[in-house]
Design a protein around this ligand. Structure first.
Ligand code: FE
Length: 211
């Protein structure tokens, strides 16, 4: 909005509470609907899905299930797209999901060096830093440095493998199950699974970090 900066917020001067961007989006939506390119009801469903149903809690359930169910874990590594379908998640047409598993000697990390490709169906909307130029370039050139910025220091002999997402291929990291969680339910385990540990810029929470 091109209001005079000295005079504070003038969003109300046109009798509208909407920002310029919101007005533009609304205008575009109206034109597309009038021309028949867009079904407003379908759009509402998509927006509702992204606001309420889609988020990293889905990926957390997938990871927790893999931790307790060896057959599911194998299916996930084999074909993650197919394995997560059993969760009834919204699968974006054309996306191929690949699960990469951390081990005591291998740490996986995901990036999209070109733009911001991200496994929406399991992680929701990407964090701002994921789309930033520094993350996108440094994740490849200096993954250990990036992990240090996130407060994550791995053993020196742990290999770091960086996976570059594309429009067709998305990745989710399957982190190692924290020690001291024997006998935990899937729901309780899912509470340990953070968004960042599924991107590879973090680790799951420890048992003493959750109630
Ligand atoms: Fe991208």
């Amino acid at each position: 909005m091109t209001d005079g900066g000295d005079h504070g917020d003038h969003h109300e001067e046109h009798g509208s509470e909407l920002s310029e961007m919101q007005l533009r989006v609304r205008a575009l939506e109206t034109v597309l609907a009038e021309k028949g390119y867009l079904d407003p009801a379908a759009l509402d469903l998509m927006i509702e899905a992204y606001e309420t149903r889609i988020g990293p809690h889905n990926g957390a359930r997938v990871v927790a299930r893999a931790w307790i169910d060896a057959a599911f874990r194998s299916a996930l590594i084999e074909d993650a797209t197919k394995a997560v379908q059993s969760f009834g998640l919204i699968n974006r047409v054309g996306d191929h999901l690949i699960a990469v598993e951390n081990t005591p000697t291998l740490h996986n990390m995901i990036v999209c060096t070109l733009c911001s490709c991200y496994p929406w169906e399991v992680l929701g909307l990407p964090p701002v830093w994921y789309k930033s130029a520094p993350y996108r370039s440094r994740a490849v050139n200096d993954p250990r440095g990036v992990l240090a910025d996130f407060g994550l220091t791995l053993a020196p002999d742990t290999q770091i493998r960086v996976w570059d997402s594309t429009a067709e291929t998305r990745f989710i990291v399957l982190p190692m199950r924290p020690a001291g969680t024997d006998g935990w339910s899937e729901e309780k385990l899912a509470a340990l699974v953070t968004r960042d540990c599924m991107i590879g810029t973090g680790l799951p929470k420890q048992p003493n970090e959750v109630a």
